[in-house]
Ligand binder design. Structure first.
Ligand code: SAM
Ligand code: SF4
Length: 427
């Protein structure tokens, strides 16, 4: 979501007449996009803001801004902590950046724009911004109504607001015309998308509309909530060939007691049933997820339930986190906080078990012919890299001219983070 927001800002700034620089020392305008979902992300952002302040001290004409969830959460307090900041840009106000910059340059004033009660201000696009890209994001809804007890998102991204299908289709068409082959639809709770103002479009309907777009090879979406994963949405995976057989479906905990305390709205059994329905469509359907250790009151037995679920489901990959208190959330005031040392130990047990499972799942691809969307040269160089339908990185030797095309690759080797294969010619 932050990458998408940064790209929206980048497009508006280009329309405003600015050009990007690779070196922040040369910049006239620096805007730092921030995340506050976990304590660690916030610490990183604060330290980056501190470093950028030193540039401003040397070059007072530089305009320094902070956007994203920390900007939204801290508002004018951020100016007290970091007095050299010129602009605090809330999550719903990104669309008004050009007007705010005008005010800052003309009036030499500092601005805090953090109104969360407004609908997100529409953002201008810059045609050609994505010309050298293969894949891109579209945010289809903002905010969240779920109030999971640990989560800051509803407080910094506001209540759910879905964009109209017309706006989304226009953005998708513009991306495809620039050469984009794969679009990932974004939302804090993407599958509760529902636009009811002038039309009645839900998430499966939107997927069906997008799947008819000429030139678009692949659609993905993230992040889905288990309680909103309807049978109609599951059937889209059978019906729509452009919809990739992969879902990121956070489960957070394998213990029903903890799930209730988290206010997640589903049980362990219900989660297992959803995965069974997805794997019924294709046994190699890829499932990735988010999980947390050390939620207040999490006992060793609860943690073992989480490990048991991980072994049962065999996720393709997991993003795993140590719980951290977030200001103003319900769980901040829960008692029986888990000791930091215990959280670290649980996280490392969990991660080492998942590593083995990830490798096991990747090994299952060996000997298969898979469709790969080529993204360019691999990180280490020498090979081409791309992703298969299940979102796994596939490296293989071939000509860089294949970048942007869909090819078939015979998978020969599997590692924790990637697969390796040979190009099947003539497809
Ligand atoms: N909307 C998604 C969902 O419902 O699963 C998750 C979005 S959240 C921004 C991304 C992930 O951060 C969550 O799935 C959760 O695992 C993790 N997370 C959120 N709050 C956290 C906290 N207070 N401490 C640690 N991890 C947290
Ligand atoms: Fe946060 Fe996701 Fe829960 Fe919304 S559904 S409160 S974004 S964890």
């Amino acid at each position: 979501m932050n990458e998408y927001d940064s790209d929206c800002l980048g497009q508006q700034l280009m329309n405003y007449g600015l050009a990007a620089t690779d070196n922040h020392e040369n910049a006239d305008l620096i805007i730092i996009n921030t995340c506050t979902v976990r304590a660690k992300a916030q610490q990183k952002a604060f330290s980056l803001i501190g470093r950028m302040m030193s540039i401003k001290k040397r070059k007072p004409d530089v305009i320094l801004g902070v956007m994203g969830c920390i900007a939204q959460q801290e508002g004018s307090d951020l100016l007290k902590k970091f007095p050299d900041i010129d602009l605090v840009l809330g999550t719903r106000e990104i669309g008004s950046t050009p007007q705010l910059l005008d005010r800052i340059t003309k009036g030499k004033e500092k601005i805090v724009a953090t109104d969360l009660s407004i609908k997100p201000i529409p953002r201008e696009r810059h045609d050609g911004y994505f010309r050298n890209s293969i894949k891109s994001y579209i945010s289809i809804m903002e905010g969240c109504n779920n109030f999971c007890s640990y989560c800051i998102v509803p407080y910094v991204r506001g209540r759910e607001v879905s964009r109209s299908s017309k706006e989304i289709m226009e953005e998708a068409k513009s991306l495809v015309s620039q050469g984009i082959k794969e679009i990932t639809l974004l939302g804090q709770n993407v599958n509760s998308y529902s636009f009811t103002e002038r039309e009645d479009v839900d998430f499966p309907m939107l997927l069906r509309m997008l799947s008819g777009l000429d030139g678009l090879n692949r659609i993905r979406f993230t992040t889905s909530h288990p309680k909103d994963l309807s049978d109609d949405l599951i059937s889209c995976f059978k019906e729509l060939s452009v919809l990739c057989p992969h879902i990121h479906l956070p489960f957070q905990s394998g213990s029903d007691r903890i799930l209730r305390m988290m206010n997640r709205g589903y049980s362990r059994e219900q989660y297992i049933e959803l995965i069974a329905k997805l794997r019924d469509i294709r046994p190699d359907f890829a499932i990735t997820s988010d999980v947390m250790v050390g939620f207040p009151g999490e006992s060793d037995k609860d943690f073992q339930m989480t490990i048991d679920l991980i072994k049962k489901i065999e996720f393709d990959n997991l993003f795993s986190f140590k719980y951290s208190d977030r200001k103003g959330t319900f769980s901040e005031n829960m008692d029986k906080k888990v000791d930091e040392h215990e959280k670290s130990s649980r996280l490392s047990i969990l991660q080492s078990i998942q590593k083995e499972i990830t490798l096991k799942r990747n090994i299952k691809h060996i000997g298969k012919e898979e469709e790969v969307l080529v993204e360019g040269e691999s990180k280490k160089g020498g090979q081409l890299t791309g992703r298969n339908e299940t979102n796994k990185i596939v490296n293989f030797y071939s000509d860089i001219k294949l970048t942007g095309s869909l090819v078939r690759v015979y998978i020969k080797h599997a590692f924790i983070n990637s697969l390796q294969g040979t190009l099947i010619k003539g497809h």
